[in-house]
Design a protein around this ligand. Structure first.
Ligand code: NAP
Ligand code: GLV
Length: 310
């Protein structure tokens, strides 16, 4: 019984291996497909988007596949996944905390114009307020990460709304769903946070039409997936003032190409898909739990719904 870890070096596969072994010293772990000696022994695989399509078909006794993140779009992009093998994803509290921390930092950085102060402390007269008005913050995707963020912004006294496929009951948060719900929410939004998974329905959702429905001068944060934003629509909206700025952590092509126009735009803040990276120590217990459940034929935690795509 082998647990295979197939992650890019940037995701520190050995840190996961050590964390798992510290919980279960006898565990048989192989790091990297090239190091698998007997493909029949692999029963559980932890993967990210870094493997050639169809590679998981090499393991005839695979019982479950775990994404090493909250998102599964990279995994589902593999059109040759082994049929009938369940997929699970992570739900990690530390990641939710880091994501909320990032979102709060970005919103406050913008609201208080701190980057402009950093560039030029005389950009505004002494003693004059430089704070953006507008308190309405909306989150696309009220799932594990979106709900955690909503609670943080509520504590900071933002007026918080969220959009999801199914309506939610979260004290203090206005919940919307469907197209009409989306339009209603957007028109009352100063800060828009995208925390949707990438699916057929969420691809290209953020475009000239939808972003023009936001309050004038709204600020966009994309931490979901790059493909949800129609990238070429963003700069015109920033240049004509419909949006006052954007912070992007995810892109259609990652790493973001050197020559990409987003890199030079003054109103765009870019981070390298690290708003909430996976912490090995924190996620190892749930990976181990799912491994044990998979090999003993028990119900898995955090199953991905293949029909919905998340
Ligand atoms: P989640 O728990 O699965 O929540 C997804 C939310 O999106 C749910 O509220 C879901 O609605 C909603 N949703 C999905 N499709 C929809 C649609 N067509 N219309 C309206 N709402 C829809 O996911 P999560 O754990 O919060 O993570 C969200 C995403 O964040 C991940 O998929 C990943 O892409 C991204 N992420 C990024 C980073 C980073 O570092 N940048 C880190 C982690 C995750 P229901 O509640 O009704 O199902
Ligand atoms: C990161 O992008 C994740 O999906 O966990």
């Amino acid at each position: 019984m082998t647990l295979l870890i197939s992650l890019p070096e940037s995701m520190a596969p050995r840190a996961l291996s050590s964390a798992l072994l510290s919980l279960e010293p006898g565990l048989k772990i192989v790091t990297g497909h090239d190091n698998v000696q007997n493909t029949n022994e692999v029963e559980f695989a932890v993967v990210w988007n870094n493997y050639p399509e169809g590679l998981l078909l090499n393991y005839p006794n695979l019982k479950a596949i775990s994404s090493y993140g909250h998102g599964v779009d990279g995994l589902l992009a593999d059109r040759k996944l082994p049929e009938g093998v369940p997929l699970v994803r992570l739900k990690d509290d530390t990641m939710a905390g880091w994501m909320s921390e990032y979102l709060l930092a970005v919103v406050l950085l913008h609201r208080r114009q701190l980057l402009r102060h950093a560039e030029n402390s005389d950009f505004i007269e002494w003693g004059i307020a430089s704070r953006y008005h507008g308190n309405q913050l909306s989150i696309l995707g009220l799932g594990y990460l979106g709900q955690a963020a909503a609670k943080v912004f509520l504590k900071m006294r933002f007026d918080v709304s969220g959009w999801s496929r199914t309506l939610k009951k979260i004290e203090g948060v206005r919940s919307f769903s469907g197209n009409d719900g989306l339009n209603e929410m957007l028109k009352n939004t100063n800060y828009l946070v995208n925390l949707l998974p990438l699916t057929l329905e969420t691809t290209d959702l953020l475009n000239t039409e939808t972003l023009s429905k936001l309050k004038r001068g709204a600020y966009l944060i994309n931490v979901g997936r790059g493909e949800t934003l129609v990238e070429e629509n963003l700069i015109p909206l920033l240049d004509e003032g419909q949006l006052s700025g954007a912070c992007l952590d995810v892109f259609r092509t990652e790493p973001l190409p050197e020559e990409h126009p987003f890199r030079k735009h003054k109103k765009i803040l870019i981070t390298p898909h690290n708003s909430s990276s996976t912490p090995a120590d924190s996620v190892a217990p749930q990976i181990l739990e799912n491994y044990k459940r998979a090999v003993s034929g028990r119900q898995l935690l955090n199953l991905v719904d293949l029909e919905r795509g998340y």
